[in-house]
Design a binder for this molecule. Structure first.
Ligand code: KE4
Length: 427
């Protein structure tokens, strides 16, 4: 595969930006090779600067649920640009988008638009602490909630609850209030509530984990989190940056019929433009400045261009419910193609809606520990085989395959064929 231009750009990028990228996962570190510099994308396809075209199953890590550069979205953004890019003042678009989000996710009685998922998570945690007047937060090992200091933790070697920063530059004191439990292990949560009685402001969870690869909540796990947080006067925060408008129009809250106290959104809510959002019970959100004394602000929050993309994207999803049935059908077709690898004991596949991951392990993957049994070298080989055959999947084992409304049956059939071929050889 020709990569001269990507190589040339990567060399220049490498001396300008850390690892030559603006986000680590793009650097191909865990799969090797030169990152592809993308020139354009349309529908289910991306084209790199060397003219190589791929069927894209990364979809910018989730936003591109309608496919890339969807005509209606591009039109809305182009039109919005004619009226100005940003005012730092309220606009009608913010009202329209907030209203649409609340309609689709009624748990978000009141919400705030920000510019990234990280910013939304950070703010949700702050308001949870401000509202409960408690400091501790529980997160789950293997779940990722953006790069705010307090959430870059890993469980200390000693006991599960003691955490240490998982990044240089994060002072130990910043993570003292972050506790780590195990996904799908409610006992690990109960132990923390026991140990830190009365101190836990909130539990933050990816209702479907997708940052250790896709890991589904076991039946009853999310319900148990809802019960224990309510009983302990703590808040339940659903980080739906990936699952929001993805696993269902109303996200995981709709899919699992659970009402969290706060929901965090990103990715799809911006339709490819930089938007995050957080919201929930009115009495909690009224703690936020200028109403209350929890401060949060942002120059480009609710930006008129980004909101035009978000409004158009959510409107298309709302007006075309068939999209979700079709996404599920395509996902099952693709999942089926991995069967030879599953039968050969080489991989395990987790799938929900248009999200799935193939783990190179023979263990059932239900938490971070089991996800880590995956052979990342084998994943890297698979990644490059797919790339050579014109299919772009996540350049890392612990990510997800994202399907879009733009993937045709033909795209899925072609992809399924090369996947089946690959794993048939594994027998
Ligand atoms: P951003 O700040 O990247 O918009 O959102 C952070 C975030 C929060 N919560 C969840 C559940 C997330 O998955 C993310 C970001 N996801 C990664 C992909 N796994 C973004 C890709 C990247 O970091 O470049």
């Amino acid at each position: 595969m020709k990569q001269e231009k990507s190589k040339e750009l990567y060399e220049k990028a490498y001396e300008l930006m850390p690892g030559g990228v603006n986000s680590p996962v793009r650097a191909f570190r865990s799969v090797g090779g030169t990152p592809l510099f993308i020139q354009k994308a349309k529908g289910a396809r991306i084209t790199d600067v060397d003219g190589n075209e791929f069927i894209d199953f990364v979809g910018s890590w989730g936003p591109a649920i309608l496919g890339h550069a969807r005509d209606e979205v591009v039109e809305a953004v182009t039109k919005a640009c004619e009226y100005g890019l940003t005012f730092g003042a309220p606009t009608e678009n913010e009202v329209v988008l907030a209203d649409l989000i609340r309609e689709l996710m009624p748990s978000m009685e009141m919400l705030r638009l920000v510019s990234s998922g990280t910013e939304a998570v950070m703010s949700a945690i702050r308001v949870a602490r401000g509202y409960t007047k408690k400091d501790k937060i529980i997160k789950f090992r293997g779940c990722y909630h953006g790069h705010s200091d307090g959430l870059l933790v890993k469980a200390g070697s000693a006991v599960i609850s003691n955490t240490v920063p998982d990044s240089a530059g994060v002072p130990r004191s910043y993570t003292d209030n972050t506790l780590v439990a195990d996904y799908n292990n409610i006992t690990s949560v109960e132990n923390l509530f026991e140990q830190y009685k009365g101190q836990i402001a909130a539990v933050i969870v990816e209702p479907v984990a997708a940052n250790m690869g896709v890991v589904l909540p076991k039946p009853g796990f999310l319900e148990a989190l809802r019960i224990i947080t309510r009983e302990s006067e703590s808040l339940l925060i659903f980080d739906e940056v990936i699952t929001g408008f993805r696993v269902a129009l109303g996200g995981a809250a709709e899919y699992f019929k659970i009402q969290p106290d706060l929901i965090v959104l990103g990715k799809i809510v911006g339709g490819g433009m930089p938007i995050g959002a957080y919201g929930g019970r009115r009495e909690i959100m009224q703690m936020i400045a200028p109403l209350g004394d929890v401060y949060q602000a942002g120059t480009l929050s609710g930006n008129p261009i980004a909101t035009s993309a978000g409004i158009t994207t959510l409107s298309i999803l709302k007006n075309n419910p068939r999209i979700y049935q079709e996404l599920e059908k395509k996902a099952l077709l693709l999942k089926e193609a991995f069967q030879p690898g599953v039968e050969a004991g080489v991989i395990r596949v987790n799938q929900i809606g248009s999200l799935q991951s193939a783990f190179f392990t023979n263990a059932e993957v239900c938490d971070f520990e089991s996800a880590l049994t995956s052979d990342t070298k084998k994943y890297a080989e698979f990644f490059h085989y797919m790339l050579e055959h014109g299919v772009y999947i996540a350049p890392a084992q612990f990510e997800a395959i994202f399907l879009s409304d733009a993937h045709t049956e033909e795209d899925i059939r072609y992809t399924a064929e090369i996947v089946r071929e690959y794993f048939t050889r594994c027998r």
